[in-house]
Each structure stands twice: as structure tokens, then as C-alpha cells.
Design a protein around this ligand. Structure first.
Ligand SMILES: [Zn+2]
Length: 265
């Protein structure tokens, strides 16, 4: 492991929305206060390669779904010298609109996806709004087209994407959700994506209500902790606290991006 070259890892915040507690926790109390949900894309970079994790949504989707759009994820990447048009490796944690929108901005990329995510997003459960609501059919169809172009690499469970970067099937939130583990200067950090939207989901044991299988979501929280060098290095997928616990890489990126290969406050 000592020979593996560590990655710098960044989260870029590109949108936000206020939601009632019932949309964050299955067991929410009616009196529990609303909380903000932030939208992120992530990337890992060392001297050899840059790997982007999820591609976010665009201004159109933000309007349709009434989210506050802060910046295009591609513009956010540009601020950290990542050119979306040149990126060769994109990991898609799952195909929900807030994770796969903008895949067209990555024309050179190979997309890494779990087998189960494609079968779930094109299968029987999409006839039910509870399961289909967070998918955009045109994006799912677009990803099917990328399969036919040979631009999707499928994984069934754990796989190494590059030395020091592995994906891990978690399921739960969607059937094929995968989380990402990255080797860094502080050890293994885990990008949970929607295996835990908030710190509170995994720490307090409170499942998020958009879910395909609650038992797998609950088991996933343990897997995340086991994958990371320490539980504090599991980074939730949508929690505004991420922007508070980690530092901006430069003063001009305050509120826009944070560096995750660091000790959280
Ligand atoms: Zn999400």
C-alpha cells in the first residue's frame, strides 16, 4: 500500500435545496425541522490520473425539480483545473438524475457502473413512481446508448478502477448503488454517495426514504465504516456539514469546493 500513489480528493457543491425532515428520514417526527440537502460531484487526482465520481445535473433539471442551481458541475471542475471534455474515467455511483445528468459533457470518458444499476433502472420497478421518480428516462436511455457505443464498463460488486481507487456495491438506496474508496495521504477515505445522504443517516441509524431495499441500506452503513481507515473518513453524499467539516482548497473556493483527503473538523 505504501507504494500506491495517494490521491487528492475534492467535493464540489453545485446545487442545494431545503427539504422537510420526512424527506430525509423514514422515521421523521412531524415536528422535526427542515434541513438543507446539498448536491455534489467529486473527483480524485494524482500525478498519473484524474477520476471523476458522478456528473450532477444541469440548470434545466434544477428548474424542473425546483432545486437552487449554484454552478454547472463542469464549471466547478474547471475551477480546480479539471477539463470535463478531457476526463477519461467517470465512476457513476448510480443513475439518479442528480448523479448522471451531464454525462454528455464527458465525451472521452468511460463510465463505470454496477450491473445491477442498469438492470434496476431499465427493469420492472421503474413502472412504480416511488422507484422511478429520481431517474430521468432520457438519461437512462442515453446511458443505454453509451453501452452500445462501448463506453460503459460494468462491474459486479467490488472492482479496482485504478490503483488506489475501488468501487463497492452497496445497494439499498437503489439496487445498484456503489460507493467509492480512495487511497489518500490520510488513509482510505470512502465516498458514500447515496449509501448515506447525511452523516445522521448512517450514524443515528435512520434510513433515507428514497430506497429500494431498507435492509441493504442499513447493512451498507457498516460496509462503509469497514472500508474506510476510520469512520470519520466516510463522506456522505448530500450533507451540508461536509462543507463545514472540510477546508476549501483555496480562499476563492470557499463555499464551492472542499478537500476531502484531510482530517474533518
Ligand atoms: Zn443523490
Amino acid at each position: 500500500m505504501a507504494s500506491m500513489e495517494p490521491y487528492e480528493v475534492y467535493a464540489i457543491r453545485y446545487a442545494t435545496v431545503m427539504r422537510p425532515a420526512a424527506q430525509s428520514f423514514i422515521d421523521a417526527d412531524p415536528h422535526e425541522s427542515a434541513r438543507r440537502l446539498d448536491y455534489f460531484v467529486w473527483f480524485a487526482r494524482n500525478a498519473r490520473r484524474t477520476v471523476v465520481i458522478d456528473t450532477g445535473f444541469n440548470a434545466d433539471a434544477a428548474r424542473r425539480r425546483k432545486r437552487e442551481f449554484l454552478r454547472s458541475p463542469a464549471e466547478g471542475l474547471k475551477l480546480l483545473d479539471v477539463d470535463a471534455a478531457a476526463v477519461e474515467t467517470v465512476i457513476l455511483t448510480h443513475l439518479h438524475y442528480d448523479h448522471v445528468g451531464n454525462f454528455d459533457l464527458f465525451p472521452r470518458a468511460t463510465f463505470h457502473l454496477q450491473d445491477l444499476e442498469m438492470s434496476y433502472a431499465t427493469g420492472r420497478y421503474m413502472a412504480n413512481g416511488h422507484f422511478s421518480h429520481a431517474y430521468e428516462v432520457e438519461e437512462v436511455v442515453g446511458m443505454v446508448r453509451e453501452v452500445y457505443r462501448g463506453r460503459v464498463t460494468f462491474h459486479d460488486g467490488t472492482a479496482e478502477i485504478a490503483p488506489g481507487i475501488t468501487v463497492h456495491h452497496i445497494g439499498g438506496h437503489t439496487a445498484g448503488l456503489q460507493s467509492v474508496r480512495v487511497w489518500t495521504r490520510v488513509g482510505w477515505i470512502v465516498l458514500a454517495s447515496d449509501a448515506s445522504h447525511y452523516y445522521a443517516n448512517m450514524i443515528d441509524g435512520r434510513p433515507f426514504p428514497i430506497v429500494a431495499d431498507v435492509t441493504k441500506m442499513v447493512d451498507g452503513w457498516r460496509t462503509l465504516r469497514e472500508l474506510a481507515s476510520a469512520p470519520r473518513h466516510v463522506v456522505p453524499g448530500h450533507d451540508p456539514l461536509v462543507m463545514e467539516r472540510y477546508r476549501a482548497p483555496r480562499p476563492d473556493l470557499e463555499g464551492i469546493a472542499v478537500r476531502l483527503d484531510d482530517e474533518p473538523a
